[in-house]
Design a binder for this molecule. Sequence first.
Ligand SMILES: Cc1cc2nc3c(=O)[nH]c(=O)nc-3n(C[C@H](O)[C@H](O)[C@H](O)COP(=O)(O)O)c2cc1C
Length: 154
Amino acid sequence: MTGIIVYHSAHHQNTAKVADAMAQVAGCQAVRAGEIDPGELTKYEVAGFGSGIYFGRHHRILLRWVEQCPALPAQVFIFSTSGRGTGGKNHRALREMIRRRGCRVRGEFACKGYDTFGPLKLFGGIHRGKPDHGDIRRAREFAMRMNADLPPEP
Ligand SMILES: Cc1cc2nc3c(=O)[nH]c(=O)nc-3n(C[C@H](O)[C@H](O)[C@H](O)COP(=O)(O)O)c2cc1C
């Protein structure tokens, strides 16, 4: 099974930390959306997509990248970091985009990330130090589950 993680991390590299931790345990590459052509995704059988949450959805750079993929792998998982630290509605735009393409979202992961958006900056931001060790451990466990659930190779 060949896998890849594609992410965008713009604010504090919060999602980059999660993506790297996941890639390490899954034994795959984590690449920034700007560093890989959407056409290359056809080479992979499973893909993880993640970014920070911006105005209630994944970053537009990641959403646009996914939209431009000529084909998505049948198996996809999604993840994010955000001020709220929740998936749910924040994942809806990306989740729906993937489902519309006929793919299954096999799992979702979300955690809090350091956030200094707007007036938060005046107070030193919120969730300094996030994602922390606990979040990274949960991200690794999630990635292992995503790996373990894969159907065996023929
Ligand atoms: C312009 C902007 C908009 C944001 N919008 C939201 C939001 O709607 N909901 C939320 O929970 N966090 C929001 N955040 C916080 C980020 O999602 C959070 O800091 C995230 O961990 C950033 O990830 P990154 O460092 O990988 O880009 C926003 C941050 C910025 C800078």
